[in-house]
Design a protein around this ligand. Structure first.
Ligand code: LLP
Length: 434
């Protein structure tokens, strides 16, 4: 029996790949390709895991905020709301999408290292839960906007704890030289905290940090939480301000390929809670409400992408290319980070996978690859290729390069499927052209 990297995938009696109880070759026929499939139960399972574990191990008012940069469309905010999960947004586009879905933006935090005045105004007007202030200019601007509007906006301050999580440098954010936040080591964190306490129109709730993404060890998170708790204690001593909230960001790793370890999210939360409680007692600060911002670990393993194979090119004694009807426009992660993926020919899923090949997209660009030198079943034109673990940072990073329309998203639940995002049409592509 073939074992796939995703537990919600198996070979059905017809020898086809089954995903979340549905035959993927039938879904490809029904909805066309490229097609992103999402296992809705899996997303709900992850949301519930975070929600329950955080209540169990932290204070009762602690909760997860889904980092919607991982995958943002109206339906995902509805799912999160139903599961009692908040959300993080990094643009007004994400906030707008959430609002349009009926999401309570009071349970949303707004990030970004260069929010514009218009962004801040919009977020305050719609009643965003927290603004995570990234720097002094933003604090000043926000103060002015809020006093002008006669409101008091709850904020957290983004702190750079000075942690190197040893992940890909493009997704490492906790180091002192990061473009994000205010470093403790340079004194900038203290300075902005003092400024926030004096700024009218804002109410400082606590602090935020995010060390990076796709991290498999709990150590960087534990270290970050210890540094943040010490900072909270230091600020209490120096200013009298005691943080009510500590937002530790996202970053828990996801198993994309069998060589990756399993990351036990609940265990990591438990270990974090032990450390934070210890620190709270020894530093004599109140246990803050904890927020976490999981993005990837909420949705990555809930998604697969289906493509149709168009050509198979064999360069003797060199390389085999299997070309598909999508590529870097719907999944730029290999082109950007050389991220690893596993894949299968869905209509031959039960057959042995010993054909070494690279999966090439259809863009006019040699770097448009999804994987290199992976083992697949022998492929031919018309086959359906399924790429695993594509739920996070695929659709949300998709582009229209080469004027290729973005794929559709279909959710699958206990074998039943439903369109969540329609496939883009050519008219959609030119709708803003004048
Ligand atoms: N919170 C903040 C402030 C973040 O910057 C991020 C991710 C998250 C939460 C969510 O982190 P996660 O749980 O998903 O690791 N495009 C890259 C990932 C960029 C992550 C950016 N920030 C990729 O495809 O790997």
């Amino acid at each position: 029996m073939t074992e796939f990297v995703m537990e919600n995938c198996k070979v059905n009696p017809k020898g086809n790949l089954e995903f979340a109880g549905a035959d993927t070759t039938e879904l490809a026929g029904q909805y066309g390709t490229p097609l992103m499939l999402l296992d809705e139960n899996k997303i709900r399972e992850h949301a519930a895991l975070y929600r329950d574990a955080m209540k169990k191990y932290f204070t009762p008012d602690s909760y997860p905020l889904y980092a919607s940069k991982a995958l943002s469309y109206k339906g995902i905010y509805r799912i999160m709301q139903q599961e009692g999960v908040g959300s993080d947004a990094v643009s007004c586009g994400e906030i707008y999408t959430a609002k349009a879905a009926g999401f309570d933006v009071g349970k949303m935090v707004f990030h970004g290292n260069n929010k514009t005045e218009e962004d801040l105004r919009y977020a305050v007007r719609v009643g965003i839960g927290r603004i995570v202030v990234d720097g002094p200019e933003e604090l000043e601007e926000l103060g002015k906007i809020c006093t002008g509007l006669g409101v008091k906006q709850k904020i957290q301050i983004r702190i750079t704890p000075g942690i190197d999580p040893h992940t890909h440098k493009a997704i490492s954010t906790g180091r002192v030289d990061s473009k994000f936040g205010n470093a403790i080591a340079t004194g900038q964190a203290e300075k902005i905290t003092r400024a926030a306490l004096k700024t009218e129109g804002v109410e400082l709730m606590g602090f935020h940090c995010h060390v990076g993404s796709q991290i498999f060890e709990t150590e960087p998170f534990i270290n970050a939480s210890a540094i943040m708790m010490s900072f909270i204690a230091d600020m209490k001593k120096k200013t009298g301000f005691e943080a009510k909230e500590l937002n530790l960001g996202g970053g828990f790793g996801v198993r994309y390929v069998k060589e990756h370890p399993y990351f036990d999210y609940e265990k990591a939360i438990e270990e974090l809670s032990v450390k934070i409680k210890e620190q709270s007692a020894s530093l004599n600060v109140k246990m803050p409400d904890i927020m976490l911002e999981p993005g990837r670990s909420m949705v990555a393993a809930a998604g697969i992408t289906l493509y149709t194979v168009g050509s198979v090119k064999e360069i003797p004694e060199m390389k085999n290319y299997v070309s598909i009807d999508g590529g870097m426009t719907d999944n730029p992660r290999y082109a950007l980070y050389q991220s690893q993926y596993e894949a299968v020919i869905a209509n031959k899923a039960g057959q042995k996978a010993d054909y070494v090949c690279s999966i090439a997209g259809r863009c006019c660009e040699s770097g448009d690859l999804i994987a290199e030198n992976i083992k697949l079943q022998k492929a031919k034109k018309g086959d359906i290729l399924a790429v695993f673990v594509t739920g996070a940072y695929n659709y949300s990073m998709a582009s229209n390069y080469n004027r290729l329309p973005r794929p559709a998203i279909v959710t699958v639940r206990d074998g039943h499927s439903e369109v969540a995002v329609r496939r883009e049409s050519y008219e959609d592509l030119i709708k803003n052209d004048v």
